[in-house]
Ligand binder design. Structure first.
Ligand code: GLA
Length: 385
């Protein structure tokens, strides 16, 4: 839906003109998987698919939202925010409102039409996008007044993560909200998930990031995610450090026999993956796409074999992609257990890769893939209409 259509929807739903448009993107992670909650390094980019809120402030403390995706409306008061058991999509908005207020910000109510073009439940962070779009909508609704949340992009991401952890109840790291907040067109973001320092790294010209949605349910994702986190904490504790970020590859290889086998295997992924991110950033800065692609491949193989969060569908996409000339690397992206894989491919080979996936993936898995070329895009923003 374009902006004119969203404005028309708003007018239809609320009988007045909207005043602002707020938006935030989904993301793919190029490399650095399951490292964020180990205080490590990640390299995501924001994609050209947004959650958008078209809205207008209200004089009272109500938030009334119409969702185009769900064809439903949610209404709540900023004075009494509770988790909803129907219209659960509104919990991301409620959660953000709740944490912003807990952080001492005085919010204004608003009416809004919310529209998501980040595929839901595909591992492209539609939830971070709705959270960051909500932060922007509250900034717009209170703008100019004493209630305007005056947050920088890092604080905004931290609060959105807190909403997801504490209100929605998903124990994610900081990566998704951070990139949705601070992404920049044409760039990936190298993030140190401990210090929250970050640096832009240009995505090289001549290559495309192709996203392939496996269309496979991510049923095990939440429990396996929490189990992996606990295993990483176990390893960090055994090594006497705060997080696996503090263990170098050399130290790990010397001391790995101190850990039970499975824990050592999980730690091996995280510790080597952190190093791969550093190497990948150096390769990208040097314009060495081939090395970058190889590191993506190593990342996937490690997630499949050591961290064991891939799936037969993700592996199928990766295998097919790697067999196409002009593909530098391919890997799963996000938490795993279904969701999306990405391939880094020469621009001139996008058509060939798309065809190979559309031909071979259904044969191998019985499922229909969805293929989207993605462009590195800007993080969350709002403006007056
Ligand atoms: C999910 C979480 C992120 C991160 C990735 C794995 O996307 O939300 O915080 O942990 O999984 O890298």
């Amino acid at each position: 839906m374009n902006v004119a259509e969203l404005i028309a929807r708003f007018e239809q739903a609320f009988g007045r003109r909207p005043a602002f448009i707020a938006r935030a993107p989904g993301r793919v992670n190029l490399i650095g998987e399951h490292t964020d909650y180990n205080d490590g390094f990640v390299l995501p980019m924001a994609i050209d698919r947004d959650v958008t809120i078209v809205g207008a402030p209200r004089d009272d403390r109500a938030v009334r939202l119409h969702s185009t995706n769900f064809g439903a409306e949610a209404l709540f008061s900023l004075d009494h925010i509770e988790k909803a058991s129907t219209n659960t999509w509104s919990n991301y908005v409620r959660g953000v409102a709740d944490v912003l207020q807990q952080a001492g910000l005085a919010l204004s109510g608003f009416d809004g039409v919310i529209h998501g073009e980040v595929p839901i439940g595909s591992g492209l962070s539609s939830s971070a996008a709705i959270e960051m779009a909500t932060v922007m909508a509250f900034a717009a609704a209170g703008a100019g007044g004493p209630s305007s949340p005056n947050l920088d992009g890092v604080q905004a991401a931290r609060l959105a993560q807190r909403a997801e952890n504490e209100f929605v109840g998903v124990n994610c790291g900081i990566m998704d909200q951070f990139i949705s907040s601070l992404g920049k067109a044409g760039h990936a973001l190298f993030i140190d998930c401990r210090s929250l320092d970050y640096a832009l790294v240009p995505v090289p010209r001549g290559v495309t990031v192709l996203v392939v949605d496996t269309d496979a349910p991510r049923s095990l994702a939440a429990s396996a995610y929490n189990e992996r986190r606990a295993q990483c904490e176990h390893a960090a504790h055994a090594f006497g450090v705060r997080a696996l970020r503090d263990v170098s590859v050399e130290t790990f290889e010397r001391r790995r026999s101190e850990l039970p086998n499975l824990i050592a295997q999980r730690a091996a992924h995280v510790i080597h993956e952190n190093q791969r991110v550093l190497d990948a950033v150096a390769a990208l800065r040097a314009g060495d796409v081939a090395t970058f692609g190889r590191l993506m491949n190593h990342s996937h193989d490690s997630l499949r074999d050591l961290y064991q969060v891939s799936s037969k569908e993700l592996d199928a996409v990766v295998d097919i992609a790697r067999s196409v000339p002009g593909v530098h690397g391919a890997r799963m992206t996000g938490a795993g257990f279904g969701g999306c894989a990405i391939a880094l491919v020469e621009d001139g080979r996008v058509g060939e890769l798309t065809q190979a996936i559309e031909r071979d993936y259904p044969q191998r898995t019985g499922r229909q893939p969805k293929v989207y070329p993605c462009v590195a895009s800007d993080g969350a923003s709002w403006r007056w209409l």
